[in-house]
Design a protein around this ligand. Structure first.
Ligand SMILES: Nc1ncnc2c1ncn2[C@@H]1O[C@H](COP(=O)(O)OP(=O)(O)OP(=O)(O)O)[C@@H](O)[C@H]1O
Ligand SMILES: [Mg+2]
Length: 374
């Protein structure tokens, strides 16, 4: 009995660790912290079931996990390459960009977005002779914008996958903060590196922090100018180098970057509508033991206004109680609608109505008419 318990706990521990790491990678600090703490708790229970040396080792590991949870998302005190694993990681990623494994079909809803991207980014690469025949303009970049957690990063990866392109993902804020004074040089080397590939996508997340409005500070202005030069130099000439930006603060981006031939196309990613929420809920609950009367449509209704990232977190948290009970009783405990209701009552949508209003105002301003969906 004791042995099976340890095994179940060990599996649970691994699960929390994996989720913690995934959340950390995605930048979801709250979720990462939670999972590392849950992993620590599980490790502590394993320690309680152990004896002697093993007990010590496990207790120690549990304690260290609390520290790790505490430190997720905190910037290291000083920028020192040798002591900063995270920075090393980023540089490595830059040099050996991978083709991501997310597919268009994994992205819920957003049909208009997928269509626009297919026309602008995927088909020109797949059917260049057809584009020539129709004298269709190619090149330039696309800016994805919308509230947090609506799938901007996800769809960027899916595009890279669809066209088999190496994916260079950088965060505007990283370029700026890690190499203060060197960001122009880094923008340059990034474009050079990507340009060497047969097909590459440069994906710049948090575009607003890389190319804010000019005239506010000189560092920013230099960066913006360098960036615009790079776009004009490379992106136009090399049809296999695609430029993709994402932001949830489009109004902060320098308007020169949006001119034709640059990020001329702006695509809005709204909050998920009902079918998209259903798709996500089903995906997150796939294979999970649920009650016979489990009513997913009720959750679809209750989550109007929630983002894709919210829905992922909701499902994750709803599983916590049944999972803990399953461990405690060493049996299968079914997930119910009540588990969802409990979490929903403590978890308002992460995007506020005020923020949504800001997007609606911006869309009106740039003449981007969006049909309202429930
Ligand atoms: N349309 C979607 N389809 C499927 N999953 C989604 C969708 N939108 C969001 N998600 C889920 O939410 C998570 C976060 O999405 P993503 O990182 O793409 O958001 P984002 O728009 O880039 O947010 P941010 O503005 O905070 O960078 C994804 O890992 C995915 O699980
Ligand atoms: Mg993102």
């Amino acid at each position: 009995m004791k042995e099976t318990n340890i095994n179940v706990l060990a599996d649970t521990f691994e699960l929390y660790m994996r989720k913690g790491k995934e959340a950390k990678e995605k930048g979801n600090i709250t979720l990462a912290k939670r999972n590392f703490l849950l992993a620590s708790e599980t490790m502590m229970r394993m320690a309680q079931l152990s004896k002697g040396n093993l007990k010590e080792v496990r207790m120690d590991r549990a304690r260290r996990l609390v520290e790790i949870a505490d430190n997720v998302g905190k910037k290291p005190a000083k920028i020192d390459k040798k002591n900063d694993d995270e920075e090393d990681d980023d540089i490595k990623k830059w040099q050996t960009a991978q083709i991501p494994d997310i597919k268009f079909a994994d992205v819920a809803g957003l049909d208009d977005v997928k269509k626009a991207i297919t026309i602008k980014m995927i088909n020109p690469v797949k059917y260049p002779e057809k584009y020539k025949m129709y004298a269709k303009k190619t090149g330039g970049g696309v800016l994805l914008y919308g509230p947090p957690g609506t799938g901007k990063t996800m769809i960027a990866k899916a595009i890279a996958n669809e066209v088999g392109a190496k994916f260079y993902a950088v965060k505007g804020s990283d370029i700026v903060s890690k190499w203060v004074g060197e960001s122009e040089k880094n923008i340059n080397s990034l474009f050079e590196e990507a340009n060497k590939q047969d097909r590459a996508i440069i994906f710049i997340d948090e575009m607003d922090s890389l190319i804010g409005k000019r005239g506010l500070d000189t560092h920013n202005d230099k960066r913006v100018n360098e960036f615009l030069q790079q776009i004009d130099g490379f992106a136009g000439r090399n049809p296999n180098l695609l430029l993709l930006g994402a932001t949830n603060r489009p109004w902060d981006i320098d308007s020169a970057a949006m001119r034709s031939g640059r990020f001329s196309q702006k695509i809005y990613l709204p909050l998920p509508d009902a079918p998209a929420r259903k798709f996500m809920l089903e995906k997150n609950m796939k294979g999970v033991p649920v009650a016979k009367d489990f009513d997913i449509d009720k959750i679809v209704e209750d989550t109007d206004g929630y983002s894709g990232a919210d829905i992922e977190e909701l499902c994750d948290r709803a599983k916590d109680e049944p999972l803990l009970q399953a461990i405690a009783t060493d049996s299968v405990v079914l997930v119910t609608n009540e588990d969802f209701d409990r979490v929903l009552s403590q978890m308002p949508p992460s995007v506020t109505e005020k923020e949504m209003q800001a997007f609606e105002d911006y869309n009106k301003e740039i003449g981007n008419y969006i049909k309202k969906k429930k």
